[in-house]
Design a protein around this ligand. Structure first.
Ligand code: SF4
Length: 380
């Protein structure tokens, strides 16, 4: 089964830390919808004969797109693809968009999962982030969604920013548990270049982030959610048993997916496709009936490194037999050599031919993965 990712590049406000592709003007929303539909048609043959098992509307904030435009995208999708009856269909939403009317309208579309950009249940934090919603909206939109029948909810929580004490973070996590959210994504705030936050820190208007605080809060998140029965199935993702995000899990497993919309990425099992991260250029190309993408041909090394990066972050771990089968004996031997220091430090466990991060190793996931990457001349 394949997946489809659709990037909706509109937001109401610019959050200070965000480096995703979006604009705060909805002026070209209609043209964008038409371009997205055109791209869906142009790319339909890439997953011809495969059922679609997941569709993910990301952004930006897809919930700002007017319902008739979302409906138009769905009618194009259903016309050109065979969508599995139990497909997971997620839309990223922000709390300020989810009033009763909007939720009822979204219920009329084939959407069955909301990923809600909650981030915090404290107003001062939301103001600091320049989010468009407040705490009351954050809580009521969750209850409203559940009352309307959207039980498959995910929320995002951010940690590691100066305003967030451990006590406040514990309260945020408790609130999510109390609201019976089955899936929680927890992200450590990072300062990306060219964001408002980076500039504020540079000018001395904001204090730099504290890595120790971030590591401590990551541990708090892991422990609190484990105690509440959540599985830590990917470094940034926790779910009640069986409530894994299908779309993302397939992505980590290397399942092909189409990337639609400006800045979207796609993967066909061999190569990666990158759409231009510029709305005007995207619209211009698609209006002329052309794709707005570049193809990144992945070498065997690229694919190996990507497999290490994504698999190691999951609770299923890196499968050494898979490395042997898909990449060969040299890659396997090299990996077995490279893991030694991490096994000794008890950051990695090696059991049943799988490499799995230990609790301590989870704190260094990216570092360990990068040390296991292989480069051009990988003979030692
Ligand atoms: S709502 Fe999301 S995509 Fe939009 S600016 Fe904020 S973090 Fe970025």
């Amino acid at each position: 089964m394949a997946g489809i990712y659709i990037h909706i590049p509109f937001c109401k406000k610019a959050c200070t830390y965000c480096d995703f592709h979006f604009t705060t003007s909805l002026k070209y929303a209609e043209e964008m919808t038409d371009a997205i539909c055109a791209e869906i048609i142009l790319k339909r043959d890439r997953i011809a004969g495969q059922q679609v098992g997941s569709i993910y509307f990301g952004g930006g904030t897809p919930s700002v797109l007017p319902i008739p435009y979302l409906a138009k995208i769905f009618s194009t999708l259903t016309k050109h693809f065979s969508i599995a009856a139990d497909a997971e269909i997620t839309i990223e939403t922000n709390p300020d968009d989810l009033d009763s009317k909007k939720i009822a309208e979204l219920r009329q579309l084939p959407i069955n999962r909301f990923s809600i950009g909650t981030q915090s249940f404290f107003d001062e934090d939301l103001i600091w982030m320049n989010r468009a919603h407040n705490t009351i909206e954050a809580e009521t939109c969750i209850k409203r969604s559940q009352d309307a029948g959207f039980e498959n909810l995910s929320i995002d929580l951010i940690y590691g920013y100066p305003l967030l004490t451990n006590e406040k973070f514990l309260k945020n996590i408790s609130k999510a548990i109390e609201l019976q959210i089955p899936h929680i994504s927890g992200y450590s705030l990072t300062v990306e270049p060219k964001t408002a936050l980076a500039s504020l820190i540079k000018k001395g208007f904001q204090i730099p982030l504290n890595e120790e605080q971030s590591a401590e809060q990551f541990q708090i998140l892991i422990e609190k959610l484990r105690f509440a029965g959540f599985e830590h199935y990917e470094i940034s993702n926790f779910s009640l048993p069986g409530k894994y995000a299908v779309h993302n899990t397939n992505y980590w497993r290397g399942v092909p997916y189409l990337g639609i919309g400006p800045s979207a990425h796609g993967f066909d099992g061999t190569n990666r496709y990158l759409n231009v991260a510029n709305n005007a250029m995207y619209l211009q190309k698609l209006t002329a009936g052309k794709l707005a993408e570049t193809v990144e041909e992945l070498t065997q090394l690229d694919r190996f490194n990507e497999y290490i990066m994504t698999s190691l972050r999951t609770m299923w771990g890196t499968d050494l037999e898979k490395i042997n089968q898909n990449f060969g004996k040299t890659f396997l031997e090299e990996t077995l050599y490279n893991i030694k220091p991490f096994i000794e430090r008890n950051w990695l466990s090696h059991q049943n031919n799988k490499l799995i991060l230990t609790s301590e190793g989870k704190l260094f996931a990216d570092h360990i993965a990068s040390e296991l990457f292989l480069i051009e001349d990988h003979e030692h």
